[in-house]
Design a protein around this ligand. Structure first.
Ligand SMILES: Nc1ncnc2c1ncn2[C@@H]1O[C@H](COP(=O)(O)OP(=O)(O)OP(=O)(O)O)[C@@H](O)[C@H]1O
Ligand SMILES: [Mg+2]
Length: 312
């Protein structure tokens, strides 16, 4: 299988500001490719240039052999897009919204009807298809939004943070939908700042920050970036700057990051530092409420590469 999406040296500027700064990656046919990054990393801008909503200031995007420079209609035909902002008419029902999108994709008659029914099943909302969308929960709207993106059976589905701000049930439904669509042969570009989702769904992952890709690979390849270190998560009642300095000075501690009431410590061997770590925190007045040791995850990879948390 070859690559179905090829992004090469992509640059996008807004005035003097460079939102996407020389990004290159390729997505193989049939894979779920993850684009993980914090707010403002450039994920939506990247997706918008792939879907021809924005034109690049440098570089190229090629989808199924068609370049966004010129062949925009051909590129759009290959793509389904699930935008970050929900794109539904609130006063129309789910069925009517889907029919609207179906017509936009050139479907009509029996083909349109069957595509709409199929999409309602995919969204798990067959029995509520006649209700106005404005009465739906945020999660239900998102599910319809996704169904609208795949009505026309695109080869490649671009999903921009499809689970932000929704209930756990809808979130699980959406994650399972992505798995099912992929199992049916659809290639997916999945954008998120939730590392758990990207870890769960994606064959390969690009981590993006400040308009650049800072690491790319399978989950296991990315874990190697942290290079066999343990991640020690310590929950504490309070953390002061002086405590942080004392923890950084413990032999064997490679990196320390602070969130609200927690510390994350990277160390080549947790066994050698745990005792000292707890003793240091307690003696500095930071009472430890829990401590866990885990393998590196994408959060620790991001932390290791940027010195900041994905959720900042
Ligand atoms: N139309 C625009 N005009 C000016 N600046 C923009 C525009 N669109 C995006 N930006 C800026 O470009 C940067 C990247 O934005 P983008 O929306 O691509 O980030 P993102 O990774 O999708 O973030 P989020 O997780 O918050 O959705 C941000 O600093 C943003 O403010
Ligand atoms: Mg975005």
């Amino acid at each position: 299988m070859g690559s179905i999406v090829q992004v090469t040296d992509l640059v996008k500027r807004f005035g003097d500001f460079t939102a996407v700064d020389g990004v290159s990656f390729s997505i193989e046919e049939g894979e779920v490719f993850g684009l993980l990054g914090p707010n403002g990393a450039g994920k939506t801008t990247t997706i918008s240039t792939i879907s021809c909503l924005l034109s690049p200031d440098g570089g190229d995007v090629v989808v199924s052999g068609h370049s966004v420079h010129g062949a925009t209609m051909a590129v759009k035909r290959e793509l389904g897009v699930v935008p970050q902002e929900i794109a539904l008419y609130p006063t129309l029902s789910a069925g009517e919204n889907l029919a609207f999108w179906g017509r936009m994709y050139g479907l009509s008659g029996a083909a349109l009807k069957s595509a709409v029914n199929e999409a309602l099943v995919l969204a798990g909302l067959e029995d509520r298809s006649k209700e106005r969308v404005e009465k739906y929960s945020g999660g239900m709207k998102r599910r319809i939004n996704i169904a609208a993106g795949v009505l026309h059976h695109p080869k490649v589905l671009l999903m921009d943070e499809p689970t932000v701000g929704i209930d756990p049930q809808s979130r699980n439904h959406i994650l399972q939908t992505v798995k099912d669509l992929n199992a049916s042969g659809m290639t997916v570009l999945y954008t998120s700042h939730y590392m758990e989702e990207v870890e769960f769904l994606c064959d390969r992952i690009a981590i993006m920050d400040h308009g650049k890709i800072i690491a790319m690979g399978t989950l296991n390849e990315l874990r190697e970036v942290v290079g066999g270190m343990d991640v020690v998560d310590v929950k504490v009642e309070s953390v002061s700057d002086s405590v942080l300095e004392c923890v950084r000075a413990i032999p064997g501690v490679k990196q320390v990051d602070r969130t609200d009431s927690a510390l994350q410590v990277l160390t080549p061997g947790s066994g050698a530092v745990l005792g000292k770590l707890v003793a240091t925190l307690e003696s500095e007045g930071s009472h430890v409420t829990s401590i866990t040791v885990t393998e590196p995850n994408l959060e620790s990879v991001f932390l290791h590469l940027t010195g900041k948390s994905l959720r900042d």
